[in-house]
Write a protein that binds this ligand. Structure first.
Ligand code: FAD
Length: 476
């Protein structure tokens, strides 16, 4: 053929999945080309997802925390927000991490080709070179021949087709740009991404409405966890519209007028100066010419894979958001390692995680992993519950934040841990221990007899296990 470049491994997309796959493949000795349309590595997560949202949420959490300090004996002046500086902080955080990835790629001799890739056939990708900004093309074109390929082209925000084109209507990427300080904001979609961004804008002064089609916010988490978050956050909201659809909107000089319709048929409307669409993400499977390589893509744009992350074409793998739910960075990374290892000849590598934790980085945080109580009920799984309220945690009380709790669910017969949930400050930092316990097949005695440091929030995990076992001495 007439390839401009040849490699053992072509990785399409440089998000958490793509860069992790490229780095692992290079470490295993393969000659790797990494194709990315954007100027920086890191994909959605580093550029417009996990990382910038957490940079802003940290600022918001500190601002909110000090509001409670009068009760602790310290008062501060009302904060003044310099939104330009806040945005600069966020950009600096992103730059540090994406720049770090660039350096790591170089050290591993991973060749980065900037441009938009499309399959030509099962062994060639054609890359249309893109300019520095977004997707503006410089006109260049490169054909790359590969032996193996890993598709890691990710996902993008779903757009509601009936919402007008207006700078006051944004998706998560637009919201992260922090261009507005709205007084009244609508969050369409009550999932993690919408509620995280809503938290940031609310702390910066916006009144919030949220509209959700289902019957509760933060779907997937047990309702008892969400209830604690909702009680603490009630003051942010004017209106939480559940079982309600957004059906139309007009851009007016005074704001965006949005129409709603309840599942019961009730109609209403509201006026907003910022509308965030956070109704989910759709995979990019239909935008890479997969059919030219013979790779099967579902109607919804997902690419089916086996436990070794192989598509129906054995030398082409797929990982990350493009292969399915949950669309999370830590899942993409682990899938990436499996794909790179299998492609490098390790026939034993497979993706067999028992559980993948979820975290809402709201205030308080909500984190859960494995079986939830709602699922246990639906599936008729007999569980034994251990719940430790943070009103009995010395550390939570000392922090002035004892609203949370830690809950563990054990198999009623084997006493092995099946799942857990935490609501409270730093819940996300603690959920990994429960994931480890599940992976190791730990039971309530293993967890309860593991000595946790005192006084920490993490102790609540050991105590919840003792509650389940009937041996907790820290509760009445
Ligand atoms: P992506 O990160 O989507 O990367 C795909 C890359 O491929 C992109 O860089 C894209 O430009 C490139 N690409 C696509 N097609 C082509 C092509 N044809 N040619 C060249 N390049 C191409 N997850 C968490 O785990 N924790 C969080 O806290 C979290 N917060 C989030 C907050 C927000 C606001 C959003 C939007 C997402 C968040 N996520 C979070 C989800 C997380 O970002 C994704 O799960 C993760 O980025 C998926 O990684 P990926 O490698 O599959 O794809």
């Amino acid at each position: 053929g007439t390839a401009d470049l040849e490699c053992d491994m072509l990785v399409l997309g440089a998000g958490p999945g793509g860069y992790s796959a490229a780095f692992r493949a290079a470490d295993l000795g393969l000659k790797v080309v990494l194709v990315e349309r954007y100027a920086t590595l890191g994909g959605v997560c580093l550029n417009v997802g996990c990382i910038p949202s957490k940079a802003l949420l940290h600022v918001a959490a500190v601002m909110d925390e000090v509001k409670h300090f009068a009760d602790l004996g310290v008062t501060f002046a009302e904060p003044t927000v310099d939104i330009d500086k806040m945005r600069a902080h966020k950009s600096k955080v992103v730059g540090k991490l994406t720049g770090g990835l660039g350096a790591m790629a170089k050290m591993r001799k991973v060749t980065i080709v900037r441009g938009y890739g499309n399959f030509v056939d099962p062994h060639h990708v054609k890359v249309l070179e893109t300019g520095g900004e977004g997707q503006e093309r410089t006109g260049g074109e490169k054909v790359i021949r590969f032996k193996n390929c890993i598709i890691a082209a990710g996902s993008q925000a779903v757009r509601l087709p009936f919402l007008p084109d207006d700078p006051r209507i944004v998706d998560s990427t637009g919201a992260l740009q922090l261009r507005q300080q709205p007084k009244k904001m609508l969050v369409v979609g009550g999932g993690i991404i919408g509620l995280e961004m809503g938290t940031v804008y609310s702390t910066l002064g916006a009144r919030l409405d949220v509209v959700e089609m289902l019957d509760g916010l933060m779907q997937g988490a047990d309702r008892d966890l969400v209830k604690v978050w909702q009680k603490m956050n009630a003051p942010r909201f004017d209106n939480i519209m559940l079982k309600t659809k957004t059906v139309g909107a007009e851009a007016t000089a005074d704001g965006i007028r949005v129409q709603f319709e309840g599942l019961d048929g009730a109609k209403s409307e509201g006026m907003y100066d910022l509308v965030l669409q956070a109704v989910g993400r759709t995979p990019n499977g239909k935008k890479i010419g997969a059919e030219n390589a013979g790779v099967v893509v579902t109607d919804r744009g997902f690419i089916p894979v086996d436990v070794q992350m192989r598509t129906n074409v054995p030398h082409i793998f797929a990982i990350g958001d493009i292969v399915g739910q949950p669309m999370l960075a830590h899942k993409a990374v682990h899938e990436a390692h499996v794909a790179a290892e299998v492609a490098s000849g390790d026939e034993h590598a497979r993706f067999d995680a028992r559980v993948i934790p979820s975290v809402a980085y709201t205030d308080p945080e909500v984190a859960w992993v494995g079986l939830t109580e709602d699922e246990a009920k639906q599936r008729g799984v007999k569980v034994k519950k251990g719940l430790f309220p943070w009103t009995a945690s010395g550390r939570a009380i000392a922090n002035g934040r004892d609203e949370g709790f830690t809950k563990l669910l054990f198999d009623a017969e084997t006493h092995r841990i099946l799942g857990g949930g935490i609501v409270g400050t730093h819940a996300g930092d603690m959920i990994g221990e429960i994931a480890l316990a599940i992976e190791m097949g730990a039971d309530e005695v293993d967890i309860g007899k593991t000595i946790h440091p005192h006084p920490t929030l993490g102790e609540s995990i050991g105590m919840a296990a003792e509650v389940a076992h009937g041996t907790c001495t820290d509760l009445p």
